[in-house]
Design a protein around this ligand. Structure first.
Ligand code: NDP
Length: 454
């Protein structure tokens, strides 16, 4: 049977656009629907604007360091509206780049919501119906608020980039990537930041030693980090968009100009007709897929955050490319989810690949090589910044099972260390590499004695 297109992609974020492009490059006829803006979460309301805000927020500390190095001058004031105008111009530019990637590869793009009518048919909110050999669901996810009265008066991460003005004070709820990154960003921009985390330490799942240092540094920089606490009640003081009065789980009441929930994200799997055609969702609403991203309906595949495997842009991109190999290049390819490096863009950053010390010791006997110190740049400037370089090593195979770096630029460093860990290199192979001196990362090849075994 002839279909209108070989592939219909639902969702124009990083994963969907990559799959559409690479599939079209095989000669397939491809169409894509995006109901919001091309670029998706990463480009429009995630990684990209967040990283630009990280850059903006770091100048306060850089000027403080500069003064210690003999420069005169003050930071001045941060003009949010100037920055926001430039930020949005950049996001518009990137959105148009994504549009050009699609058009130059002959992918027909619809600015519409797509609903799956049957395993080979989508109906668009514009009224058009399109048949497709394959349908790829790449609809991403969205931030969720806890279910409590007045939760709507709090912001979520999507809202940060559109604020009219920076608040004087903010309460950020959550201890994950987004909460911790925005606590640092807003603190650096001069906002009085309080962060509530319901557990005993932020960044659950990361190496304990690493997250402890990040938390200490955040407190040192002036963030009020409160652990083992949550919001019990909240209500706007007057107008819904004005200050918010909260009562915490210890019974203490306070008012903040803004509250932001960074309490996780949920898959965009509803209102697509998925279950009606036989696609299975798990109890979190994520699309269930096999190793090749195929759903329970053979003609329908899903990639990226909507599948809730690893919520990272480069992972969605890999899944998109593996989809093209599998479906359009007759080369069944399972995306590799093992040893994925990542970075939390706190200040300092936390870069990680592989197993934490706690996870590794549950699996096998390990040696831990770690050093924590004040880097030369900060020590000279009498700033408190601390660095951690840590390797978790298998006693039996000598392989480096995990690498954890807390440092300015840890995101850049972990990309390089990730190659070595992914390649399965041993501690001795790390040590065969001559150090680059004087750098902070030279410690990765000069830690000769384990600090502990377990
Ligand atoms: P996370 O799942 O990382 O963190 C959610 C946080 O909210 C956790 O600390 C969780 O606590 C807490 N939480 C959940 N529900 C409640 C509640 N009802 N009350 C109070 N606290 C609650 O989600 P994020 O939103 O931070 O990030 C989503 C994903 O986006 C990440 O998993 C990551 O993959 C990706 N991301 C990656 C970035 C990067 O690569 N730099 C940057 C930003 C996002 P608990 O630990 O107790 O469950």
């Amino acid at each position: 049977m002839a279909y209108d297109v070989d592939l219909f992609v639902i969702g124009g974020g990083s994963g969907g656009v990559r799959a559409a492009r690479t599939s079209a490059q095989t000669g397939a006829k491809v169409a894509l629907a995006e109901s919001s803006r091309l670029g998706g979460t990463c480009v429009i309301r995630g990684c990209v604007p967040k990283k630009l805000m990280v850059f903006a927020s770091e100048f306060t500390e850089q000027v403080a360091i500069a003064r210690e190095y003999g420069w005169t001058g003050q930071t001045g004031t941060f003009e949010w509206s100037d920055f926001r105008t430039k930020l949005h111009a950049e996001l518009d530019r990137l959105e148009s780049v994504y549009g050009k990637i699609l058009s130059s590869n002959d992918v027909k793009t619809y600015a519409a919501h797509a609903h799956i009518e049957d395993p080979h048919t989508v109906k668009l909110s514009t009224g058009e119906t399109i048949t497709a050999g394959h349908i790829l669901v790449a609809t991403g996810g969205h931030p969720v608020r806890p279910d409590m009265p007045n939760a709507d008066c709090a912001m979520v991460s999507d809202d940060i980039f559109n604020m009219d003005a920076l608040p004087g004070s903010i309460l950020i709820v959550g201890g994950g990537y987004i909460a911790s990154e925005f606590a640092c960003i807003l603190n650096g921009l001069g906002v009085d930041v309080t962060q509530f985390y319901r557990g005993d330490q932020i960044l659950r799942g990361f190496d304990d030693e690493a997250r402890g240092i990040v938390a200490d540094m955040m407190i040192e920089q002036g963030i009020t980090l409160e652990l083992g606490v949550n919001i019990a009640e909240m209500a706007p003081v007057e107008a819904p968009d004005g200050p918010i009065r909260i009562k915490d789980t210890n019974g203490k009441e306070r008012t903040f100009d803004k509250v932001m929930f960074a309490t996780g994200r949920a898959p965009n799997s509803h209102h697509l007709g998925l279950q009606d055609v036989g696609v299975k969702l798990n109890d979190r609403g994520a699309v269930e897929v096999d190793a090749h991203s195929q759903t329970a309906v053979p003609s329908i595949y899903a990639i990226g955050d909507v599948t809730d495997r690893i919520q990272l842009t480069p992972v969605a991109i890999r899944e998109g490319m593996a989809f093209t190999e599998t479906v359009f290049k007759n080369n069944p390819t399972a995306p590799d989810h093992d040893l994925v490096p990542s970075a939390v863009f706190t200040q300092p950053e936390l870069g990680t690949v592989g197993l934490s010390e706690e996870m590794a010791r549950r699996v096998e006997a390990i040696e831990v090589y770690a050093t924590s110190f004040r880097p030369m740049r900060s020590a000279f400037a009498e700033r408190p910044n601390k660095v951690l370089m840590k390797l978790v090593v298998s006693q039996e195979t000598r392989k480096v099972l995990g690498c954890h770096i807390v440092a300015d630029g840890a995101g850049e460093l972990i990309q390089m260390a990730g190659i070595a860990v992914k390649a399965g290199l041993t501690k001795e192979q790390f040590d065969q590499t001559v150090a680059v001196h004087p750098t902070i990362s030279e410690e990765l090849v000069t830690m000769h004695a384990p600090v502990r075994t377990a």
